[in-house]
Design a protein around this ligand. Structure first.
Ligand SMILES: NC(=O)n1nc(-c2ccco2)nc1N
Length: 322
């Protein structure tokens, strides 16, 4: 009956909104018990009326049947990796190259943490999540759509009224430090192998053929850019792309900024470096991107890496002593 279908749609929207509050804003507005009640109400409606179940219903976050193997996906826009810099002199050289190639005396950069997880791409058609893949070799990755549906930080619908016809979101799947520690305790108790670090735990959890195993691991996601886009008016800067991603209910880094020149870059590097141990997730550096997208075009890519962006890495973390 229609009022049941209306109630089911209402519940789906409310649950997805609370996921946004919790994972993208880190500011839930209802207690977990109330969230669970909404989910149970939707589950009971879908059990009574199976025709109400949709693939992207919040009740399907527990994972569907496993696949025998992952199929391959070729990225419409390659997912290229960043060049690395390890000291201030290399960053000064990066900034100099950007100034010389653009003829500008000072460059504005968008800066953000470099998540140490697994790069993935999410495709949204008319605002609905339809496909997701790993980075692979940058040109071809594995189709892990069913596994990504279980990650509650990844919205199944973009949270805007007029979504683009197609939008590819690039980002990182990761496991929070606390969830990693708890997982290893559980692994040890089960007699299963422990993971060396959160990055391996995230990769191992995402690349499971059985989505129900992925669903049992607490994975998180942060968006950091865009791939292909059809029917979307690209904003003029990277910082504004990030604002729009958050408006669309995608989680993004909280510690991001827009800075001027090499001094702004190095200040951010030190600021994040001193806060690194307190962050809830592992990072292996910070990322600097020329903010203006027209300048990014001008600077382009050398070989396979962009000339307009660079990762500034921290010294490798000494292995945690027991
Ligand atoms: N891993 C990470 O946090 N990344 N990776 C990029 C990236 C890779 C290629 C272009 O941008 N940006 C950020 N914040």
């Amino acid at each position: 009956p229609t009022e049941i279908a209306v109630r089911a749609r209402q519940l789906r929207e409310q649950i997805e909104y609370h996921n946004y509050r919790y994972y993208a804003l880190d500011a839930p507005v209802i207690p977990d018990a109330e969230f669970d009640r909404l989910l149970r109400e939707l589950q009971s409606l879908e059990t009574q009326y199976p025709e109400l179940v949709t693939l992207d219903s919040p009740t399907q976050r527990v994972g569907i049947a496993p696949v025998a193997a992952f199929s391959k996906i070729t990225h419409r826009v390659p997912m290229l990796s960043l060049n690395n810099a390890f000291n201030d002199a290399e960053i000064e050289a990066f900034d100099r190259r950007c100034r010389e190639s653009t003829g500008l005396s000072q460059i504005e950069y968008a800066v953000e943490p470099k998540f140490d997880g697994l790069a993935i791409t999410l495709s949204y058609a008319q605002g609905r999540f339809v496909q997701g893949a790993t980075r692979g070799d940058g040109y071809t990755g594995e189709d892990v759509t069913a596994n990504l549906r279980t990650i509650r930080a990844i919205p199944m619908q973009l949270g805007i009224k007029q979504p683009p016809a197609l939008l590819e979101v690039r980002g990182e799947v990761l496991m929070l430090k606390a969830d990693f520690a708890a997982l290893n305790v559980a692994q040890r108790e089960r007699g299963d192998k422990e993971f060396a670090n959160p990055r391996n735990a995230a990769a191992g959890s995402l690349r499971q053929l059985d989505p129900r195993i992925t669903a049992s691991r607490r994975l998180h996601f942060f968006a950091y850019g865009i791939g292909a886009a059809d029917g979307w008016i690209t904003p003029p800067t990277h910082a504004e792309i990030m604002n729009q991603l958050l408006d669309m209910h995608l989680p993004i880094a909280r510690q991001r900024n827009v800075v001027q020149g090499v001094s702004g870059l190095l200040d951010f590097y030190r600021q994040i470096g001193s806060a690194r141990a307190q962050l809830p997730y592992d990072i292996d550096g910070v990322v600097y991107k020329v903010n203006d997208l027209v300048l990014q075009e001008q600077l382009g890519f050398v070989a396979r890496a962009p000339r307009f962006a660079i990762a500034h890495k921290f010294p490798a973390q000494e292995e945690l002593t027991q």
